[in-house]
Design a protein around this ligand. Structure first.
Ligand code: FUL
Length: 507
């Protein structure tokens, strides 16, 4: 039986969708711009793009983990040349359950294993090469790291992803396009078919020459089609159509981060072929600029696509474990700064934690991860805006801002693209963090906002920003206030917010 409360909520959601129906178009994650579209039409189209189901699931994970582990762990290198003896691979206490448990305790919701890095060494006993764990002394050649990590993820309820390096410095056919693509598809088929559910496939952009000095042409379309067929829920990241590399490996995303970007220069095949279908394109062009999706960038676009950013960074200076870097593990403070600058800037954080030569996540990494998690938990356990009286003269559904339910949302009446939300807290509070979340299931829209407090005489600006997206976090000097207001200064269409929070960092 549906409770009264649930029914009311349902009606509210329905009412909200009706109120914005005039501007809403069919849910879609890309749109073509026609020659007759005005600038206003283009902005409206951009504001109505939404993530696919698989993109939404991935975005909501917020923090994911990378596990760089393989031949390099044992040779103490970052890029192997593919000539390494498989016998060098010999972890003494490999425990994939410990990797997953550690990640989970640190708030990581999905992990990606480097099934094959550039050296071509496979962590699973692939039928198609001798360069793998099957020729190592580990478990007398009977071991399978991919199996162990996949099982641990599935058992512990953590998402499972694979990194399969297109660049392969071991495979003798690497320079031969036909042969190498066949090899790559065979390997993908093994990984996608034999290990249960796969949630992310990560293709690296690094692409050098093979052992014969030649490079093949990658048949991306065939790879993507195979993934869609075998693992339809998996996002394809970086050299893939679902998730965009943020453009650095520092852990810091853009202050202005649009998930909607022009596809010009990204597509390598006719979009028409795929229209009305699941979009598939191989990313191309520079995605590292400061501004990828503002009005200036989308004005001349031919196609716009929902293509959100992922921010990858290693907890250590290198991607692989090196004992000499044990004392260079990023501090909890640095990890916190990275969290605010990635998850807090409309991105997903992909944090690399490389297991050591024993096959365990090292104590140094563990310690800093747990201290980082404690800080975040302490900060976000108490929304200081809770219990506030909220008014919003041109807004509807203010209750959605603080109820913790991300399915309903505040928005504005009629065609209003600006908004004002005023909060009177139950008592004066000291806070130094602002949290905002847009309802990206109807699109990303907010272009400019500011937060102000009443100092007893007048309103003073605490902080301001541009994009919000899935999550925006801003830290500032602590402010003591009872009256606070959020101004939405510019938005592409009616702005929406599913959450507003004020928090105080510990210490
Ligand atoms: C880069 C690779 O070359 C690094 O070794 C690492 O795997 C990183 C995540 O991507 O392109």
């Amino acid at each position: 039986m549906i409770s009264n409360h649930k029914m009311k909520q349902g009606l509210l959601v329905l009412a909200l969708s009706w109120s914005t129906a005039a501007y809403a178009q069919q849910k879609q994650s890309y749109v073509t711009i026609s020659a007759t579209d005005s600038e206003h039409d283009i902005i409206r189209k951009a504001a109505n793009l939404t993530p696919s189901d698989r993109q939404l699931r991935w975005q909501e994970l917020e923090v994911t983990g990378f596990l760089h582990f393989g031949m390099n762990t044992f040779t103490n290198r970052e890029w192997g040349d593919g000539k390494e003896d498989p016998k060098l691979f010999n972890p003494t206490r490999l425990d994939a359950a410990q990797w997953v448990r550690t990640c989970k305790e640190a708030g990581i919701k999905q992990v990606i294993i480097t099934a094959k890095h550039h050296d071509g060494f496979c962590l699973w006993p692939s039928k198609y090469t001798e360069h793998s764990v099957k020729n190592s002394p580990w478990k007398n050649g009977k071991g399978d790291v991919v199996r162990e990590i996949a099982d641990a993820c599935h058992q512990q309820g953590v998402g499972f992803g694979i990194y399969l390096s297109p660049w392969d410095r071991n495979n003798p056919d690497y320079g031969d396009t036909e042969k190498y693509n066949a090899y790559f598809l065979n390997q993908l088929t093994e990984l996608l078919g034999n290990y249960g559910k796969v949630d992310e496939v990560w293709f690296d952009g690094a692409n050098g020459e093979g052992p014969n000095g030649k490079k093949p042409v990658y048949h991306f379309d065939a790879w993507y089609n195979l993934i869609r067929k075998m693992q339809p829920g998996a996002v394809i990241a970086v050299m893939g159509p679902d998730v965009r590399w943020v453009g650095t490996e520092s852990g810091y995303g853009r202050l202005t981060e649009w998930s909607t970007v022009p596809m010009n220069g990204l597509a390598n095949q006719s979009i028409a072929d795929n229209s009305q279908k699941d979009i598939i394109f191989a990313p191309k062009g520079d995605m590292t600029g400061d501004d990828l999706g503002s009005r200036d960038k989308i004005r001349d676009a031919k196609t716009l696509v929902w293509y959100p950013s992922e921010t990858d960074v290693s907890i250590r200076p290198g991607w692989f474990y090196h004992e000499t870097e044990d004392l260079k593990v990023k501090s909890p403070e640095k990890l916190t700064d990275i969290y605010y600058s990635s998850v807090g800037r409309n991105s997903v954080l992909l944090l690399n934690i490389p297991p050591d030569q024993r096959g365990l996540i090292n104590e140094h990494d563990q310690k800093n991860l747990m201290a980082w998690k404690r800080t975040l938990d302490q900060t976000f356990k108490n929304n200081l805006a809770k219990g506030a009286k909220i008014s919003s003269s041109n807004g509807i559904n203010t209750g959605a801002l603080l109820n913790g339910n991300l399915k309903n949302y505040w928005t504005t009446k009629a065609n209003d693209t600006t908004g004002l939300i005023e909060l009177t807290l139950p008592k004066p509070q000291l806070f130094d963090v602002l949290l905002l979340k847009e309802n990206i299931t109807v699109g990303q829209r907010i272009e400019k906002f500011s937060l102000e407090y009443f100092n007893g005489k007048s309103w003073e600006v605490i902080t301001d920003g541009t994009t919000v997206g899935a999550k925006r976090l801003i830290r500032f000097k602590p402010v003591l206030a009872q009256k606070v207001r959020l101004k939405i200064i510019a938005s592409r269409l009616n702005p929406t917010l599913t959450a507003l929070g004020l928090y105080k960092q510990p210490g």
